[in-house]
Write a protein that binds this ligand. Structure first.
Ligand SMILES: O=C(O)CCC(=O)C(=O)O
Length: 234
């Protein structure tokens, strides 16, 4: 059974993120990466973000998003009634030599707080484009500029606006999970590895809190009965 440290809620409240190591097995992550590649590689550009809403997501990815291990991590942070909203595989092809820009997800979503989980489908390193975060930045909403170019992410906070802030590079092993608040400032390094980098990011909200966001018209209870389980439930 996955052990979530008792200090997880206070650490999350302080930092706006929580890293939990060794949540999924290498076999589970390899199966997800292979399926994600089949499903989305040819439908997105070199820096691929492909969003599945909860009612159209392939069953394997719903199983990962709503797995009992994810529930065990999220309940202490969100509460007992969690709604699964949507999820996205994110890949950086070997030709993605640009960083993903700094942003808060809430600039895209509005409404009540959401929680996302960055699940490493393979090791994520500074070389292949791991996530970067600014601890504590979830406490304040930042202004975002609207920009359209090949890097995607149309709402951005510029590097100059972040001078003096503490930035952490979040290197992760395959199967690790980083949960983060939708106001946490984050970006990711360019991929200089010559290989692909794959992650998978489900998003959730507290079902007991009204949400004015218009991004989602569907949601599913995280603990719905009869859902497909993962390849190797622990
Ligand atoms: O995985 C990445 O490289 C960045 C993803 C991200 O920032 C996002 O989806 O909000």
């Amino acid at each position: 059974m996955l052990k979530v440290p008792v200090e997880a809620p206070s650490s999350f409240a302080e930092n706006g993120f929580l890293l939990v190591e060794t949540v999924f097995t290498a076999e589970e992550m390899a199966a997800c990466k292979a399926t994600a590649k089949e499903q989305v590689e040819n439908t997105s550009g070199p820096s691929g973000v492909h969003v599945w809403m909860c009612d159209t997501i392939p069953s394997l990815f719903e199983a990962v998003s709503c797995d009992a291990r994810m529930s065990a991590i999220l309940r202490p942070l969100i509460g007992p009634s969690i709604e699964f909203l949507s999820a996205k595989p994110v890949f950086k092809s070997p030709s993605v030599h640009f960083a993903s820009p700094w942003h808060q997800d809430q600039a895209y979503w509005g409404g009540a707080t959401k929680w996302s989980a960055w699940i490493a489908l393979e090791d994520a390193t500074i070389e292949n484009g791991c996530l970067r975060v600014i601890p504590g930045s979830h406490r304040r909403k930042r202004d975002h500029a609207s920009v359209r170019d090949a890097r995607g992410f149309t709402n951005r906070v510029s590097d100059e606006d972040l001078e003096g802030e503490t930035i952490i590079d979040v290197e992760m092993k395959c199967g690790d999970v980083l949960v983060f608040h939708d106001r946490l400032l984050h970006s990711s390094h360019p991929n200089r590895s010559g290989r692909e980098r794959w992650s998978f990011i489900p998003t959730y909200r507290n079902a007991d809190v009204p949400d004015t966001s218009t991004v989602w018209s569907t949601s599913k209870p995280m603990d719905a009965p009869g859902r497909r389980s993962l390849i190797q439930p622990r």
